[in-house]
Design a protein around this ligand. Structure first.
Ligand SMILES: [Zn+2]
Ligand SMILES: [Zn+2]
Length: 131
């Protein structure tokens, strides 16, 4: 069981199962959305994911491709993403977890568009786009 929340505490969620492999996405959209070099995310089963507090505060930024980024409307913390094309998977922004994470970043994706000021030094696989 994992638990997570936004910065202001309005939104809390739980994950009943295990986290999937942690991926760092360096695409320009994730950099904008996170305000940082990459977005660290982990896929979890949608059936295992539950918002336990603050559903009313959750905002959904959806693009034309049916990709949603969900965040707290009060503090702006990114919480998770989902796609119309894969509704069974929730991509949790693992920086929002409150419980310890045992794994490490397993791969870097969209390295072809990473920030020039960011250096990837962990030796994990790097993919120019999606693997
Ligand atoms: Zn918040
Ligand atoms: Zn991305």
């Amino acid at each position: 069981m994992h638990k997570g929340s936004c910065l202001c505490g309005a939104v809390e969620y739980e994950i009943a199962g295990e986290l999937g492999p942690i991926v760092a996405c360096h695409c320009s959209r994730c950099r904008k959305a996170s305000g940082s070099a990459f977005n660290a995310m982990s896929p979890v089963a949608a059936a295992d994911f539950r918002i336990v507090k603050g559903q009313d505060c959750v905002r959904d930024y959806r693009n034309a491709a049916g990709v949603s980024r969900l965040f707290c409307g009060t503090c702006g913390s990114q919480l998770f993403g989902k796609r119309d094309s894969a509704p069974e998977t929730i991509r949790v922004r693992i920086g929002s977890l409150d419980t310890p994470v045992s794994g490490k970043i397993s791969a870097h994706v969209f390295v072809g568009s990473k920030a020039g000021w960011d250096e990837i030094l962990d030796g994990m696989p790097q993919h120019q786009e999606r693997p």
